[in-house]
Design a protein around this ligand. Structure first.
Ligand SMILES: Nc1nc2c(ncn2[C@@H]2O[C@H](COP(=O)(O)OP(=O)(O)OP(=O)(O)O)[C@@H](O)[C@H]2O)c(=O)[nH]1
Ligand SMILES: [Mg+2]
Length: 326
């Protein structure tokens, strides 16, 4: 087997919805080799006209809230209505904690065997910016391969949900009832980003508590200023384990899509996301060029030392370094 396919082979395979070629193209995107990056960018450019048709949904929530279980059950519901589904997982904590991605593999067993589904975890260990860049590109490849729904799982503990929010159409926050009332470490900002909140594990003894939490969160959400898109974030309850309340979430996503497509917000948001993405790449590129410049490398330590010891003003040191031609 050759290490890389030709660009034509990638394009053809993806357009023919070949999962094997799609996987290999994603591996190309995830590669850190400059030559691979070049090929990956050309590939995306060629496939761009075939992207953008999926509904992109982000799913976040604290570890253990049930994201993977939810995605497996919700995913089955989507494929049962005949839609092709791609699941991408961003987990910046997987290296440090208990390797949720390995766990996901076992928990998404059924979905993994589903012909209409494609599951791809993000590589562990990449920097956050890298993960989000690669996830975006992976999402575009999946769209070009005909996937109609993209679910992106991310752990709600840090910046990763902001990154995911910047690449999806609909952002779903999973929460638990009564697990330490003060929003379980979920920052207010994340709640504000959510287009819907689902109280998961609304089953057995927990059902009543979940309904109470729903009312509580609904009133908390009402304190936020109304959205520009005229969408009112909803709170629902569900059980990923018992597979209840899932259809309602799917219906809600469809309602959201219908509303925001009719008022134009859907397209405006995607335009803004693309523009922000470009600026993100520019900033990342400038920063990397700057810090990798041999002259900068040579004098950076010395400047740091002088700034630490108040020998030079931090701003002047920065300006001096920035005056080096990169
Ligand atoms: N009772 C009940 N348990 C659930 C439900 N959903 C998930 N669980 C359980 O909660 C535990 C954690 O579920 P996961 O799906 O792994 O949670 P996660 O949010 O993906 O966790 P991380 O990937 O580690 O962040 C598992 O033991 C699940 O079986 C639910 O709706 N009801
Ligand atoms: Mg998980």
């Amino acid at each position: 087997m050759t290490r890389r396919l030709t660009i034509e082979q990638y394009v053809k395979g993806i357009r023919l919805q070949d999962k094997f070629v799609l996987s290999r193209a994603i591996t190309l995107i995830e590669s850190d080799l400059t030559s691979d990056n070049l090929l990956a960018s050309q590939l995306i450019e060629l496939l761009l006209p075939h992207t953008g048709k999926a509904i992109r949904v982000g799913v976040t929530g604290v570890p253990g809230v049930g994201k993977s279980t939810f995605i497996e059950a919700f995913g089955k519901l989507i494929t049962e209505i005949g839609k092709k589904l791609a699941v991408l997982a961003i987990d910046p904590t997987s290296q440090r904690t208990r390797g949720s991605i390995m766990g996901d593999k076992t928990r998404m067993d059924e979905l993994g065997r589903d012909k209409l589904a494609f599951i791809r975890p993000s590589p562990a260990g990449s920097s956050l910016g890298g993960v989000s860049r690669k996830t975006r590109e992976t999402m575009l490849l999946c769209e070009a391969a005909g996937y109609e729904v993209i679910l992106i799982e991310t752990v709600g503990v840090g910046q990763s949900e902001t990154a995911v929010h910047s690449m999806v159409d609909f952002f779903l926050l999973l929460m638990l009832a009564g697990a330490g009332d003060e929003l379980q470490g979920i920052k207010k900002g994340i709640m504000e980003m959510a287009d819907a909140v689902a109280i998961n594990k609304a089953d057995e003894d927990n059902e009543k508590k979940a309904h109470l939490a729903k009312v509580e969160y609904q009133s908390a959400l009402h304190l936020f200023p109304p959205n520009e898109n005229h969408w009112y974030s909803e709170v629902l309850t569900c059980s990923a384990l018992k597979k209840t309340g899932l259809k309602e979430i799917w219906n809600l996503i469809n309602d959201y899509q219908a509303l925001t497509k009719s008022n134009g917000w859907f397209y405006k948001k995607r335009q803004a996301q693309n523009k922000a993405w470009m600026h993100e790449v520019i900033k990342a590129q400038l920063e990397s060029q700057f810090y990798n410049n041999p002259q900068v490398k040579k004098i950076l330590k010395e400047k740091e030392y002088k700034v630490e010891n108040n020998e030079i003003h931090a701003v002047n040191a920065a300006m001096e370094l920035l005056s080096i031609k990169i």
